[in-house]
Write a protein that binds this ligand. Sequence first.
Ligand code: TXA
Ligand code: MG
Length: 323
Amino acid sequence: MSIISKDISKAVALLTAEDIVAIPTETVYGLAGNIYSEKAIKAIFETKKRPFFNPLIVHIPSIDELSNIVEHIPAKAQLLAEAFWPGPITLVLKKKGIIPDLITGGKDTVAVRVPNHPTTLELLNRLDFPLAAPSANPFSSISPTTAQHVETYFKDAIKMVLDGGACTSGIESTIIGFENDEPMIYRLGSKSLEDIEAIVGTIEIKNSVKSQTEAIPDAPGMLERHYAPKTKTILTTNILESINLHKNKRIGLLTFQSEIDHPNIEVQIALSTSGVLVESASNLYDVLHQLDKMHLDIIIAEEFPDYGLGKSINDRLTRATKH
Ligand code: TXA
Ligand code: MG
């Protein structure tokens, strides 16, 4: 029997009983549990096979609950939360004592966001505790953007996926940390750098994959190899050259908008034939899931324009190439 269901009351009952449930958000599906239940939080880490030092994001129903979770809200954090919540930014702030160390990997900060999905907002409003939720995929695999993706990963390990349809944003939230009350980007994501800078001015990217040689202590989950298909994947600015280099292989091609006419391509998918970056972001993981199922020898991905969500897409594609 399928574990996929739209029954919010059933999710409330399971979560209240310290069980874990996969939940929809606008970015990707999360694997959720009560932040105050050691049993639930341990089950999240075990189900994902995620190391305990890699902290979880706390999901709350509204900005009003932020002060229950964190010690101090810098002025620019307040501005960002007011501008973008509910929505795909996560703020990393000094935690209150009540937040368990298991959630934060022993750090004195906690990551928090208000997700923008009607089903999950209703769920959070009906619960009397926040939900910790990492993306609902095994550690370092492609994140899930449909209930079916989650079911394929975890059907024997969890009791329920709360179905909220396909995720509209399609890549994870943008994570923003604070040092001396000044914001910096820990992870590029569904809210573009330009949108964030319009609120708080120029902002440093702390954790660009291009400059990264090892896990950064400030964002312990940002390991280089992440979001990776099982199929070998390369990122290129010159599609034809890359195809010619891999002539005798079964090639899957992932492009921004163009279609390439070439006899060596087994399958090709453009993320947005009309060249829209937000549409590309929302399709990215589903297309990677599709290509990864086809037993190709190689996925050749085209580098995206380096602005707006193109930057975030390039970040994920770069991580997908690390094997
Ligand atoms: O869009 C999203 O953010 C999704 C949905 C489900 O909300 N969640 C998500 O969670 O992507 P996850 O666990 O896959 O990635 C969260 C990342 C961690 O890998 C870690 O780098 C960072 O958040 N993080 C969490 N707590 C942190 C902290 N206290 N300091 C620095 N980074 C933290
Ligand atoms: Mg993840």
